[in-house]
Design a protein around this ligand. Sequence first.
Ligand code: 15L
Length: 282
Amino acid sequence: MIKKILITGGSGLCGNILFAGLSKYGYKIKSCDINTKLSPAAKSLNIKINKNVKKIDLRNMSQVLKITKGMDAIIHFGGIARHKSSEDKYKNIINHNIIGTYNVFEASKVNKVKRIIFASSAHVIGYHDRRKKLDERSLFRPDSHYAVSKCFGETLANFYADKFNIKSMSIRIGSVLPRPTDKRFLSTWISYRDLVQLVNVGLKTKKLHCSTVYGVSKNKRSWWNNSNAYELGYKPMDNAEKFIKSKLTFNESRDKIALKFHGGVFTSDCFKGNQKNILNKK
Ligand code: 15L
């Protein structure tokens, strides 16, 4: 049974939502982050801060070994997030997201942690044609260095499950917001309560080996077939369609590249590719 949990990225938007949401289920939860102050994204959405976040640098293996000791599960949301169309320096992404994620998995092996819930991103399939509905078997088509680091995390999750029997759920998260505010989010939105439920399914289900699911509510316009998550027990309660009559922005309206692909504006940022070649790839 999963009782003791560590949340990495505890000062972030999702880290705080998960801490508050999962605490109600009786888990014993520890949170850690490299910054113990609320992240700018969490602040802008008026998220209530968890004051007990321990300062841990995931790049430092001895710190990670110490904090993961005695844990039954890790909810790994730590690393460089991406909230705007331009991304962080690739060196930072390598250090925090690739090395940091490796340290979390390796320390979990050493400390006999049973399962890991990994915050992947829907940007791992960013360069797929938006007209095509995708599922968890769709090939990686990352749209950024950030997305490449998430492909690495998913691959690591599969490897540690097959080789060392550490169960994992990689969640390809869409857009975590209190409500959809842009037209794109009618397809990609996940509500806070659905995110908490999905992570809880990952902690509880007996069917897990190394599953990949989409972090999305039951949106009528979803671009992703999430039956894999439903088979594990996920029953989303929200549907972005409820907000169709509210005021929505249309951030992609003048961005012809963004409109073609699942990854939206992440795909057009610094783009020097050839859209036809991407769309016609065999
Ligand atoms: C992500 O991966 C980001 O972390 C988040 O801030 C949003 O930009 C989201 O993707 C999205 O595509 O809406």
